[in-house]
Design a binder for this molecule. Sequence first.
Ligand SMILES: [Zn+2]
Length: 175
Amino acid sequence: MLAALIVLAVAAGCASIPGGVGRRASLAKAILNNPRISLMSYHVSGRRDSATALHNIQHTARGGAARRSYYGRAPGGQVRLDARMLRAMNALAKDGYSFRVTELAGGSHSSKSRHYLGVAFDVDSVNGHRVRHGHPSHRRFMRRCKRLGATEVKGPGDRGHSSHIHVAWPRTGGR
Ligand SMILES: [Zn+2]
């Protein structure tokens, strides 16, 4: 009986991992229910699949993995979203930021992008303003992301990021 339970727990990927699947699911539910966080239901490219930011968070809220896209340089398959990132998204909203998430694990990015590892998200709007040079608070938002543990934060002024902020955590470490 105990052995069967352990097998079930391992199969669910949550064997004695603090902040495992259940934790990620509740963090994702909080994101879904937070009016300050909007999640795009299609890709920046205009494509629609089951790997959009909205799908990624919905699947995580149900205890599942987030899907990756199958177009461009995207590798397909699925990945669990990192709890540090989910926690930070909730923390940003709690700080009073409202923002729109364009991509999580889905979409096509550079071949070794951290998006595919479930540790990165993109934002194209903060506090009702599109991200661009001269945005009133995007620098502050980016600094806050770094304080929340993100180690790869890019935005206007960085190559390829004139209209969005990219926020990523290290690929290994806490959950
Ligand atoms: Zn990105």
